[in-house]
Design a protein around this ligand. Structure first.
Ligand SMILES: Cc1ncc(COP(=O)(O)O)c(C=O)c1O
Length: 446
């Protein structure tokens, strides 16, 4: 018998790809210098918080010496703040919410854990559309549940309601969706959400218990080109919206989030009581006082989105120039391009040798792709072009890959030369046939 639980020992052994790339990056930075490494591995927002955050802090500081300023409170959060949040979400989500429909939590992660603790029994299933945020699998496993992945259409990463129908079993308890999506940047349309809700209603009746629809929305504020992010709360009575201020206020370390229940949810009071309890018995108890005070002042503000917009454009230009195939993200701050050669782990390792850090799609339940987080300065994005170009060249033809895998990297210049000739010939051929470029509105292809 070891000192750790078997499951945790296993997790340590198969450490998350994001963490692994982060650690590999730290080593490369120590060796080559920070400015030589282009690190797209972590979704850690680098933008400063909006000024309302600092004003909120100062306002709180003026009262911070009062008795119980940092004391225990109702585990669901300050009542005045729950009221304020409910008013805010009433406008955002298009449903009428009261303070009794929301609880505050330690980030979206805390809200998801409190919710899953409240509804998952060992052996229950939680469905997610792949690719998905890797932590979801750990969260549901915390309570003895299993994550079951459902494929999406890889030309858009939109979920398919028929695939959902086929995936549902008598063990299914939850469908967890995430839009705008990490890692693809997909934003699910209202038609898709309506269709998903219809399948859930039909299958819930068939299997004899309600299937929850949980919508994880920390990137809701960040949709591009006028795309709107529809709400699930008006569409399905057993729906829950979970979110946080980690990305929109750039406050991930402050651990501030919430869960909001659909107004038509039957037995709403019981569910809120359960969430309040699980929040406490998981040890979160309540979100930190300072974070709540900031939130009270900064609700409705967000970081400068135009910076993310510029970075998205820069990343699209760099990837297109380097010849990558990708779906343009409609929201969030990630790209999820195809890994040239198909082996995402080998490709990401090669990219790291060019001092460009990414995370393999395998880490998100979809091998063959890799994730780039563009919450970094535009100069970092532009500086990665040579690295992206070189790594792709290595993986474009089978023999380049086999050279690479055999460690014959001295063949690189020769491989690059042949690839360039090959690329020029294909371009000439297409031009002679007057072929349209394959890049169409949001979908860019080689
Ligand atoms: C899709 C998604 N859900 C949840 C989280 C957790 O966020 P929080 O910091 O609010 O716990 C993240 C963090 O990156 C995320 O990308």
């Amino acid at each position: 018998m070891g000192i750790l639980a078997n499951s945790v020992a296993g997790y340590l052994h198969n450490a998350s790809w994001i963490r692994r790339m982060f650690e590999a990056g730290a080593k490369l930075k120590a060796e080559y210098g920070n400015d030589k490494v282009q690190d797209f591995s972590l979704g850690n927002p680098d933008l400063p918080a909006p000024s309302a955050v600092y004003e909120g802090l100062e306002k709180f500081l003026a009262h911070a010496r009062e008795p119980f300023a940092f004391g225990y409170m109702s585990n669901a959060g300050f009542p005045w703040l729950r009221e304020k949040l409910a008013d805010y979400l009433t406008k955002e989500q298009g449903v009428s919410l009261t303070a009794n429909d929301v609880i505050l939590s330690c980030g979206a992660a805390g809200a998801l854990n409190a919710f899953l603790r409240a509804v998952i029994d060992p052996g229950d299933e939680m469905l997610c559309f792949a690719p998905y945020f890797v932590e979801y699998g750990f969260y549901v496993a915390n309570y003895g549940g299993n994550l079951k992945a459902i494929k999406t259409d890889e030309s858009t990463f939109e979920p398919d309601p028929e695939s959902l129908r086929k995936a549902i079993s008598p063990q299914t308890k939850v469908l967890l969706i995430n839009s705008p999506n990490n890692p693809t940047g997909a934003v699910y349309s209202k038609e898709t959400l309506v269709a998903l809700a219809a399948v859930l209603s039909e299958k819930s009746a068939e299997i004899g218990h309600p299937i929850w629809l949980v919508s994880d929305e920390p990137y809701r504020f960040l949709a591009y080109d006028g795309v709107s992010v529809p709400s699930v709360l008006p569409l399905y009575p057993y729906s829950v919206c979970v979110s946080s201020f980690s990305k929109n206020l750039s406050l991930p370390g402050e651990r501030l989030g919430y869960a909001a229940l659909a107004p038509d949810l039957p037995e709403k009071e019981t569910v809120i009581a359960a969430l309040t309890l699980t929040n406490r018995i998981l040890g979160y108890v309540n979100p930190p006082v300072v974070g709540q005070q900031i939130m009270g002042h900064a609700l409705g503000s967000h970081v400068d989105k135009s910076i993310y917009e510029k970075r998205r454009k820069a990343m699209a230009e760099v990837l297109t120039q380097a010849g990558y195939s990708y779906v343009m993200p409609k929201g969030a701050f990630y790209f999820f391009p195809k890994a040239p050669g198909g082996d995402d782990v080998a490709f990401v390792n090669a990219l790291a040798k060019e001092l460009v850090l990414a995370v393999p799609g395998s880490g998100f339940g979809l091998p063959g792709y890799f994730r780039l987080a563009f919450c970094v300065d535009e100069t970092v994005i532009r500086a990665a072009l040579p690295g992206f170009t070189k790594a792709r060249a290595l993986f474009t033809k089978w023999w380049h890959i086999s050279c690479y895998k055999k460690g014959k990297t001295e063949n690189f210049s020769w491989a690059l030369f042949v690839w360039r000739i090959d690329h020029a010939l294909v371009t000439l051929y297409r031009r002679n046939r007057h072929e349209e470029p394959k890049c169409r509105h949001e979908c860019y292809r080689e």
